[in-house]
Design a binder for this molecule. Structure first.
Ligand SMILES: C[S@@+](CC[C@H](N)C(=O)[O-])C[C@H]1O[C@@H](n2cnc3c(N)ncnc32)[C@H](O)[C@@H]1O
Length: 234
């Protein structure tokens, strides 16, 4: 199976997993993704009156947490290329009575339909790994972020330690696709997940790429380096 990250291919893959994405996300991470997101949002300084953009928003987890952090008093846009993921996000918003200050729209990170310097905070959870050219995507995010604004990336990363890396790879490449097959879910998507994590740069290297693009960066490895929060300032 190839690591084709062209937007139509990625959109169709996420369209297929949309209905069980939240369930598998909880299962794969043992719910730890909730802690990681909360930690990232604490670093964002996001509050009422601000504007945030959640890139690759998927089913909207980050967008809803941003809204909660700002007590419903901020403007939040979630953008994604998978219409089915966006449909789940919209349904969750409706079910939970989320206000109109949170909106979801179809679009590609690589070509954002926003003016320069529009957002105080940009976030992306488990999304940058799926973009064909992360460097140019991060440049595009830099363009739409206000000077002094923040960019929080949460991403599954290969641990620097090779023994941990082996264990993490086993968990993601063998265990998770097997569980997906047993549950009769789309196992291909979970095989893609393992391969894309393994091919992703280790955290210090990725932080260097962010810096080269123009972000001032700090990064925080979590859960033995299997996930990293990258905090950028424009
Ligand atoms: C693993 S999901 C993450 C969803 C959500 N951010 C989360 O934290 O749970 C990755 C998402 O990235 C989206 N995506 C991938 N490439 C994209 C692109 N070029 N532009 C916008 N969204 C993209 C996919 O459609 C998918 O919904």
């Amino acid at each position: 199976m190839s690591l084709d990250k062209s937007p139509p291919k990625i959109a169709s893959m996420f369209d297929k997993v949309a209905s069980h994405y939240d369930f598998m996300n909880d299962l794969m991470t043992g719910f730890s993704h909730k802690l990681t997101r909360t930690f990232a949002l604490r670093l964002s300084g996001f509050s009422g009156g601000m504007k945030a953009l959640d890139l690759a928003t998927g089913t909207g987890d980050f967008a809803f947490l941003l809204d909660k952090q700002a007590n419903g008093q901020a403007e939040i846009t979630g953008i994604d290329i998978s219409r089915k993921m966006l449909a789940v996000a919209a349904e969750r918003a409706r079910r939970n009575g989320v206000g109109e200050n949170v909106r979801f729209m179809h679009g590609d990170i690589q070509n954002l339909p926003f003016e320069d310097n529009s957002f105080d905070v940009c976030t992306i959870g488990y999304g940058i790994r799926n973009v064909p050219d992360a460097r140019s995507a991060m440049k595009e995010v830099l363009r739409v972020t206000k000077p002094g604004g923040r960019f929080l990336i949460v991403e599954a990363t290969p641990p620097v330690n090779r023994y941990l890396r082996f264990l993490a790879n086993f968990h993601f490449s063998k265990l998770i696709p097997t569980v997906a097959k047993l549950l009769m879910l789309n196992a291909d998507a979970y095989e893609y997940f393992a391969r894309s994590v393994d091919a992703f740069p280790i955290a210090p290297r990725f932080a260097r790429i962010m810096e080269e693009v123009g972000w001032k960066v700090r990064y925080y490895p979590m859960f033995f380096g299997t996930v990293t929060v990258f905090a950028g300032v424009k």
